[in-house]
Design a protein around this ligand. Structure first.
Ligand SMILES: O=C(O)CCC(=O)C(=O)O
Ligand SMILES: [Fe+2]
Length: 358
């Protein structure tokens, strides 16, 4: 899609040196060995990964800590030269890799990096609750506003409708698209705040917007929309941002105009990158929105393939929404029902699967 033409600022990045990458690959191999047949979505598996992650190269840890605490102007941090498996399986045509161990090095690398930003979680509603998910184009889904599509993916906050939305997400590239047109985009309001009109900012700070649940989270009996939310919150010069230019519904005409103004101002300010094999992009899901330009898939096993992982800053806040010892959040409908009727009257439902995810 030619709509995103201006690259206003680079993504902040750190490139691992050869020695750093070798050290990290060794830690990943240790993790794969230690995990064995473990279910990755358990607290025990994460503890194994986190302990090994304490030994990541100091320069990388310092960059992650700084990003976690102070953010970046693009809302992203790009880490290049992350170790991935030397022989990669085919890009999963249905968006599900059968066994994480076939990309064990990449999986461990991503989990270790993310463990410096928070606590890794998965959602039962999404991709079978996996804590590392496959992002690959699915035949027939080309125009979906989901990560299984290949058309332009509108800017969005990840799971902005969810009471436990991720604080950070990461995308680790195993394969870029053939034509290298699929650019991952990030944008923050911090960069463009002074270009927004006063009335726009005032409106965006009011709870005049609701977000439609992604199809995987909307189940029978749910309203399918978040409670009304504000798009902007927090400090004036470095606001937090919850937006989705596809799934967000302004509730008044004024709110519609403000959201349109935000999109018009934000779009030319975006940072973008064609992720390469071994490039890992971390996105601050409170300060930044992200999206992706379009690309063409061949569906021959060599298509673009990213792996995605989420963290929350404080795992304890979702205690009532997870089974003990699990990192997987219960279905959204269960969480919302428990919120309206009081704490966990019903046992948390198990992991259910759905293919769609933004
Ligand atoms: O494909 C990309 O670069 C971004 C996809 C995305 O937004 C996601 O998986 O959350
Ligand atoms: Fe996304």
């Amino acid at each position: 899609m030619s709509r995103i033409e201006i690259d206003a600022g680079d993504l902040e990045e750190v490139t691992l040196t050869h020695d750093e990458a070798v050290l990290m690959r060794g830690l990943c191999a240790e993790a794969v060995e230690a995990l064995g047949e473990a279910d990755l979505s358990t607290q025990a598996a994460m503890a194994t990964v986190e302990l090994l992650g304490c030994r990541l190269p100091e320069r990388l840890v310092a960059a992650l800590l700084s990003f976690r605490c102070t953010g970046s102007s693009s809302g992203g941090l790009l880490v290049r030269n992350v170790p991935v498996d030397e022989r990669l399986p085919a890009t999963p045509a249905d968006g599900y890799l059968p066994d994480w161990r076939t990309v064990g090095i990449a999986t461990a690398a991503q989990l270790m990096v993310m463990s410096h930003l928070g606590d890794v979680i998965g959602y039962a509603d999404e991709k079978h609750g996996r804590v590392v998910q496959d992002v690959a184009p699915i035949a027939g889904a080309e125009n979906y506003q989901e990560n299984s599509g290949s058309a332009y993916l509108e800017l969005h906050t990840e799971n902005g409708f969810h009471p436990h939305k991720p604080d950070f997400l990461s995308l680790l590239c195993l394969r870029p698209d053939h034509d290298r047109t699929g650019r991952t985009l990030t944008g923050t309001v911090q960069r463009v705040h002074s270009r927004l009109s006063e009335s726009c900012v005032r409106t965006l700070r009011q709870p005049l917007f609701r977000i439609q649940f992604s199809s995987s989270f909307a189940q029978l009996g749910s309203s399918g929309y978040s409670e009304p939310v504000a798009v902007l919150s927090g400090p004036v010069d470095d606001p937090e941002l919850t937006a989705d230019f596809h799934a967000m519904e302004p509730m008044t005409d004024e709110a519609r105009r403000a959201l349109d103004e935000l999109e018009a101002v934000l779009t030319p300010s975006l940072s973008s990158v064609v992720l390469d094999t071994g490039s890992l992009l971390v996105v601050d899901n409170w300060r930044a929105v992200h999206g992706r330009t379009g690309f063409t898939a061949r569906h021959d096993g060599t298509d673009r393939w990213l792996r995605r992982c989420f963290v929350v800053a404080d795992l304890r806040r979702s205690r009532g929404a997870r089974r003990a010892g699990s990192r997987v959040l219960a279905p959204l409908t269960t969480i919302l029902a428990d919120r309206s009727t009081g704490p966990a009257a019903t046992p948390l439902a198990g992991v259910t699967g759905s293919v769609s995810a933004r």
